[in-house]
Design a protein around this ligand. Structure first.
Ligand code: URP
Ligand code: ZN
Ligand code: ZN
Ligand code: ZN
Length: 475
């Protein structure tokens, strides 16, 4: 493997911003220093560029059956688009089915990814039921497969939804194993009732997707999950937080010492509920669960990122074509496949709307997109920072270049971009995965199948454990 020297760039980590050169050997960062002399086969000039750790997207759905169809991006197109956007690691959700051995579902997910991924990847595992078979499999999955995050859906009734007993028992099992529990926090029972009522009243348009999933029931489910996690002494990660009510529940739980973490996504920071009212069924392009909210929630989310009440940014990439997939919900909003394409634009949106507009600092940007994700998901310090010994997953980023987000230029395999026409400042120019260029001067130079599966570390052995004894939450 040729040694590479990246010269004259500005290194940005979650903690520091400083001018230095980076020497890469055998896929790892070998030296960081000022004026390093070439021990390298190749010197890359990064004058005027930022050098930060490759993004870690903790929330993707690639090649996933959902809503009567399968997501438009698989591990080939999805990871390629991720790389263009400066992401070098994804953690994708492995779905499971009741009665089917978890190991079989994991094998299915390995088959989807292997030979296709152009960047490294790990899996979270969905838990839909707890029984003796599941409990017997979990230790092997956490320790040997390195799957250290378990996902429970509190919504999608009769599809993925688990009841509170299942959630609580998952938390108890996860705690013993050093695994983190992730929740989709919405009250699925109440949503089912509100959907039935809307449809009976003849309300079938996309906007009713948002109106039948009010923010208060996201807050309710978030608070419920946080309290159950505190009771179990488990670590909880709330995915795709969209609203003030949920932020409030997370910050309250944290202030009482509960081990609770929250993620939001770019779509909730820059789009709002009014997009669902676009004519000619175009609102279907903006159907996510939880839904886009009224615009005032955006300020709450930005402030929560700034103040540390929310800690990560995921894409929740779950792409469906407008033609042929989203239109399954013509005449019935509840049949619109939920989700949208964001994997490619996650970093640019957060940099442009966050750092450039003074809402978060450059170092917070790195923490939110990479470092905190690596720490929480058992990948640190191998991934998520620029440090000696870490994998050379590096983005060379032009903080002044501009780009217009568009379906015409994006690399996601989907026929629309929810941020169409938006101008962003800050563009990943080159992206390295374990020291090899995947993107070079904005061209793809990687190869399908070079991405490796990542076994992750249980949290009891990493540095940010909060002892359960600290939990003072009152139930
Ligand atoms: O609408 C969404 N978020 N689709 C993906 C599945 C999920 O709930 O994360
Ligand atoms: Zn070598
Ligand atoms: Zn979800
Ligand atoms: Zn999701």
């Amino acid at each position: 493997m040729a040694a590479k020297l990246i010269k004259n760039g500005m290194i940005v980590t979650a903690a520091d911003t400083y001018a230095a050169d980076v020497l890469i050997m055998e896929g790892k960062i070998a030296k960081i220093g000022f004026g390093l002399e070439a021990e390298a086969d190749e010197v890359i000039d990064a004058s005027g560029k930022l050098i930060f750790p490759g993004g870690i997207d903790p929330h993707t759905h690639l090649d996933m059956p959902f809503g009567g169809t399968v997501t438009a991006d698989d591990f080939a197109s999805g990871t390629l688009a991720a790389a263009f956007g400066g992401t070098t690691t994804i953690v994708d959700f492995c779905l499971t089915s009741k009665g089917k051995p978890l190991s079989e579902s994991i094998a299915d997910w390995h088959a989807k990814a292997s030979g296709k991924a152009v960047i490294d990847y790990g899996f979270h595992l969905m838990i839909g039921e707890i029984n003796d078979d599941v409990l017997a499999e979990l230790p092997v999955i956490v320790k040997d497969e390195g799957i250290t995050s378990l996902k429970v859906f509190m919504a999608y009734k009769n599809v993925f939804q688990a009841d509170d007993g299942t959630l609580f028992r998952t938390m108890l099992a996860a705690k013993e194993l050093g695994a983190m529990v992730m929740v989709h926090a919405e009250n699925g029972d109440v949503i089912e009732f509100l959907i039935d009522k809307a449809l009976k009243e003849g309300n079938t348009e996309p906007i009713y997707h948002a109106l039948t999933r009010p923010s208060v029931i996201e807050g309710e489910a978030t608070g419920r999950a946080a309290k159950l996690a505190a009771l179990a002494g488990a670590r909880l990660y709330v995915v795709h937080v969209t609203c003030a009510e949920a932020v409030q529940q997370i910050s309250e739980a944290r202030s009482l010492g509960a081990d609770v973490w929250g993620e939001t996504c770019p779509q909730y920071l820059v789009l709002d509920q009014s997009y669902l009212e676009k004519p000619d069924f175009e609102g279907a392009k903006y159907v996510w669960s939880p839904p886009l909210r009224e615009a005032y929630h955006q300020d709450v989310l930005w402030n929560a990122l700034k103040s540390g009440q929310l800690q990560t940014i995921g894409s929740d990439h779950c792409s469906f074509n407008f033609d042929g997939q989203k239109d399954l919900g013509l005449g019935d909003f509840s049949k619109i496949p939920n989700g949208g394409p964001v994997i490619e634009d996650r970093l640019s949106l957060l940099f442009s709307e966050g750092v450039k507009k003074g809402r978060i600092t450059l170092n917070q940007f790195v923490d939110l997109t990479a470092t905190r994700n690596a720490r929480l998901f058992g990948l640190f310090p191998r991934k998520g920072t620029i440090a000696i010994g870490s994998d050379a997953d590096i983005v060379i980023f032009d903080p002044e270049a501009e780009r217009v987000l568009s379906e015409e230029t994006h690399h996601m395999n989907v026929d629309y971009n929810p941020f169409e026409g938006m101008n962003v400042t800050g563009v990943p120019i080159s992206v390295l995965s374990r020291g090899e260029f995947v993107i070079r001067d904005r061209q793809f130079v990687g190869a399908a199948g070079t991405g490796r599966y990542l076994k992750r570390t249980p949290y009891s052995t990493v540095d940010n454990t909060v002892p359960a004894a600290n939990v003072k939450i009152k139930l």
